[in-house]
Design a protein around this ligand. Structure first.
Ligand code: ACO
Length: 497
């Protein structure tokens, strides 16, 4: 017995460390296999729950609620080339879920492809919420319908830029600042006078807003300086827009008046002449107020994205806003209000056959589109269009006006929204469908329509620019691409081509 135990001793002396060693190898192999098969793309350092400067809401947490399993899920899974990647989920305050792909390329070598950014969230934002399926639009949480009914454009601008409604004193101070900065440098008039007569007012406005940096070169660094620049811009753009109209008509410029509120001042600068003082009609003033409130912001639309992208290179505010104005000018975006009235006028002039326009819009061989219809986000009636349509009726009846274009617009809408093509494509009137008729009733010339949109969108652009400047995760905008050009080739001398 003693002998047999003694004879096994060398065996145990070797086997025990060998087993430990094999266990270790197995653990290592298991770990390698586990990590190569289940790559976790880690979220960026979880942001603080304390709202950073300028943010109204706490930062969105990681994880999305799964309605089916009734559990929070922290990751979406992506399988690629035999490996599985777990991508963190991120959720907003209205429970919209997104896949965080911040580290996707580093971990997997993949990028995403999304022309027109239809599925890409480019930022986190606490300014505007819209739900395209349910036709919801809220500024800082407040439904646009409530603001259109109860607020003023000045108050709404304050709300968007500062994140909350102002107190009485804050609003008073804001008004004083808007008044104090409403004049523009007299030398700017020379610029205006030198644009060719036929220039489009949007081109002029965009160029002049960029030029503001040369007239007011103070740097915007501190909080107070930024607020100062922002208010100056809000005050001056209104004056500049009216000035461009007056100069284009060869009229004397009407200066802003300290006794008038924001909208009245604009109307007065547009229409007052030394021989015919402008008479205010309360319904017209209110219509302008509502028109601007409805345009004040619309989250990450084309022009706002232009402001954010250009601003991300840390250019000055004026240059970023000027880029937004240039983007807004396009007929698929803010230029649509002009295009709608031109389309309705064409229908009217050619005998009023609106059905033909609907048929043309459906014809894939015809580039014609029904202007003022369709939207990237809204798949139902644009809530702003509803308010605008009612305002059209109210304003025209208050002014005892009859506009044949309104009749055509209503008939056109009636036919289009019942048409199978428009129903299948979720095409409904957008804000621009009725806005041109409101502007016509106010007396705004057609080529100034998009300028009116730009004045309205200004507080939104400013709020979005400010938010992007304060965003701790903000980086210069620099998308990637899928290259489809030639592979490496070589320069061919001229005589051999
Ligand atoms: N008339 C006819 N067909 C239309 C229209 C329209 N107004 N809008 C979209 N469609 C059709 C397209 O032909 C396309 O059809 P298909 O899928 O059979 O090829 C489909 O609907 C999707 O169109 P897209 O252009 O891919 O939609 P997108 O979301 O990119 O564009 C846009 C949205 C630009 C607003 C578009 O609806 C349009 O051109 N509308 C007219 C211009 C307009 O009113 N712009 C103002 C928008 S609101 C604003 O920016 C203030």
């Amino acid at each position: 017995m003693v002998l047999s135990t003694l004879s096994l001793r060398p065996f145990f002396a070797i086997a025990a460390p060998l087993a430990d060693f094999l266990d270790l190898i197995a653990i290592i192999v298991y770990m390698i296999r586990f990590f190569s098969a289940n790559r976790i793309i880690h979220p960026p350092d979880k942001p603080s729950r304390d709202a950073p400067k300028g943010w109204a809401q706490p930062f969105a947490p990681y994880g999305c609620f799964n309605k089916r399993t009734k559990r929070m899920e922290e990751y979406a899974t992506l399988s690629y080339q035999g490996k599985t990647y777990r991508l963190p989920l991120i959720v907003g305050t209205e429970n919209e879920c997104a896949i965080d792909i911040l580290k996707l390329r580093n971990e997997s070598g993949l990028i995403t492809y999304d022309p027109g950014f239809a599925n890409s969230g480019a930022c986190k934002s606490s300014i505007t919420y819209m739900d395209g399926e349910r036709g919801i639009l809220r500024y800082r949480g407040i439904p646009v319908e409530e603001l259109a009914e109860k607020s003023t454009f000045k108050e709404t601008s304050y709300l968007l830029i500062n994140g909350r409604l102002p107190t009485e004193e804050e609003l008073r101070n804001f008004s004083i600042m808007l008044n104090d900065h409403s004049l523009v440098h007299e030398d700017m008039k020379t610029f205006y006078q030198n644009f060719p007569r036929a220039s489009h007012p949007m081109g002029i406005l965009s160029a002049m807003v960029n030029a503001l940096r040369s007239f007011y070169p103070e740097l915007q660094t501190g909080e107070e300086e930024i607020n100062f620049t922002v208010t100056r811009l809000l005050a001056k753009v209104r004056t500049m827009a009216a000035m461009s109209y007056k100069i284009s008509r060869g009229h004397t410029v009407a200066y802003p008046r300290p006794d008038l509120a924001y909208c009245e001042n604009f109307l007065n600068m547009m229409f007052h002449t030394p021989v015919k003082p402008y008479e205010f009609v309360k319904e017209v003033v209110r219509a302008l107020e509502v028109f601007w409130i409805l345009h004040a912001d619309h989250e990450q639309n084309c022009s706002t994205t232009a402001v954010r992208v250009v601003g991300s290179g840390r250019v000055n505010l004026y240059a970023a806003i000027s880029a937004g104005m240039a983007a807004l000018w396009g007929p698929l975006h803010g230029g649509a209000n002009q295009a709608v009235v031109e389309m309705l006028s064409d229908i009217y002039i050619s005998g009023g056959d609106y059905r033909k326009a609907v048929e043309r819009a459906k014809d894939k061989n015809d580039p014609f589109r029904l202007m003022g219809f369709g939207h990237r986000v809204y798949k139902t009636y644009d809530p702003r269009a509803k308010i605008m349509k009612k305002m059209c009726d109210d304003l025209l009846s208050a002014l005892d006006l009859k506009d044949p274009l309104l009749d055509i617009a209503k008939e056109l809408e009636e036919v289009a929204i019942k048409d199978a093509y428009f129903v299948d494509h979720n095409l409904y009137p957008n804000v621009d469908f009725y806005s041109g008729i409101v502007l016509r009733a106010i007396g705004i010339p057609t080529n100034m329509f998009t300028v009116m949109f730009a004045i309205g969108r200004l507080p939104g652009w400013i709020a979005q620019w400010k938010e992007s400047m304060d965003d701790p995760q903000w980086r210069i905008s620099r998308p990637r691409q899928i290259y489809t050009g030639p592979n490496e080739t070589h320069y061919v001398p001229m005589d051999q081509r």
